[in-house]
Design a protein around this ligand. Structure first.
Ligand code: FES
Length: 175
């Protein structure tokens, strides 16, 4: 994907159907390009959303509206897909997205304490992002590393047997 700064928002870029309000013209165009690369085919909606999320990091309603406009389908249909599949998100992620496993094995080994320590250390809630955009916190279900419970992911890196008392030291590893 081209290097466009998708995280900045500004005045409505204006598109024919009003979709894209709050996005830059280049951002709207980037979404259109992705749709066109799939021939604006409704059957490719999931692939289009994957590519769009890759480019933007997340799929807020204004981005979904552009996709819906390009594919000539109801915005509610796009919304339905985005909210159905857990790999799509409507929330912006940090440079280092943190995901705490709240699956059973991790939960009984104290993942709630990890969440509390993160919330306190970063001063944000689950689903939130730090003001500098560095960290975001999310939860997920079993990642298949129960032997390492409690588990926390930061980006692609798995942290196992996490001690809530060491959260500050772990975060310090991410510049
Ligand atoms: S429950 Fe957390 S990795 Fe399985």
């Amino acid at each position: 994907m081209d290097s466009v700064n998708y995280n900045e928002r500004e005045a409505p870029a204006g598109s024919s159907n009003g979709a894209g309000a709050g996005l830059k013209a280049c951002q709207v165009q980037a979404i259109k390009n992705i749709c066109q690369s799939f021939h604006n085919d409704e059957g490719e909606l999931i692939n289009i959303l994957h590519k769009t999320q890759e480019a933007f990091g997340y799929l807020p309603p204004e981005v979904q509206a552009v996709v819906a406009g390009e594919l000539r389908i109801p915005a509610a249909k796009v919304y339905g897909i985005v909210t159905f599949y857990t790999f799509f998100t409507m929330q912006p992620k940090g440079k280092y997205p943190i995901s705490v496993c709240l699956g059973t094995a991790c939960y009984v080994r104290g993942s709630e304490k990890i969440v509390e320590a993160l919330k306190k250390e970063l001063d944000i809630d689950i689903g939130g992002i730090t003001p500098d955009g560095k960290f975001s916190i999310d939860s997920l279900r079993c990642v298949g590393a129960c032997g390492l419970a409690p588990v926390m992911l930061i980006g692609d890196r798995v942290h196992g047997r996490v001690d809530a008392l060491h959260i500050k030291d772990i975060l310090a590893q991410y510049p």
